[in-house]
Write a protein that binds this ligand. Sequence first.
Ligand code: MN
Length: 240
Amino acid sequence: MNKRLFVSDLHLETVDSPQYRGLCWLLDQHPEHDLYLLGDIVELWIGDDDDAPLATALRDLLRSRQAAVYLMHGNRDFLFGAQFCADTGATLLADPHRLNDGTLLSHGDALCTDDDAYQQFRAMVRAPAWQADILARTIEERRAFGQALREQSRQTNANKAANIMDVNPGAVSDLMRQHQGKRLLHGHTHRPGVHWEERRYVLGAWERCGWYIEQDGDTLALHCFSLAPHCGSETPHPGA
Ligand code: MN
């Protein structure tokens, strides 16, 4: 089995960012790992026809991978579709996805069942008819609409109690039971850590640090590296 590399919640906005440079560095360090992008890789994905510099660079970066690339939707990039997969060679995974070793993968937002308003919003934007309607608009219209959604989500979340935006323990144990999971790996909550009793590994959002999980056989490890050295640096070296 190839070693695996899991990341989520990079929230990439520009090519010229510590996060994007950190991703390039991380992939460079692990050229033969199967890569799992578990959602919210970009802050906003408006459709596979996006020709902005970040979208173009991301396609090129993923296409250049020798090992497999898997992609799961997050709550920001649920419009990744068949064209993006064809362009990059990535395989789209359903949420949740069970790996052959019993590892369950999820972005994590579906597990935040205490947040009723968000779950309603999620059901709306994941509906094929809603997505078809959005994708029928011009790129400029979609970009403006996406910005408005982001602003709205920022304002709503600011007024929510913190525990509402975490995963619900019952939803986690239900998922594990239902899919006979050996462990669960997710992101989204921006609360990185390993919860041994639940066998739950949580990826962090890429803010000051880049977070990833490396799997080698039955061993999983959560790592972070500083993104700070990237700021304005020509030669990114997060390990420094
Ligand atoms: Mn998320």
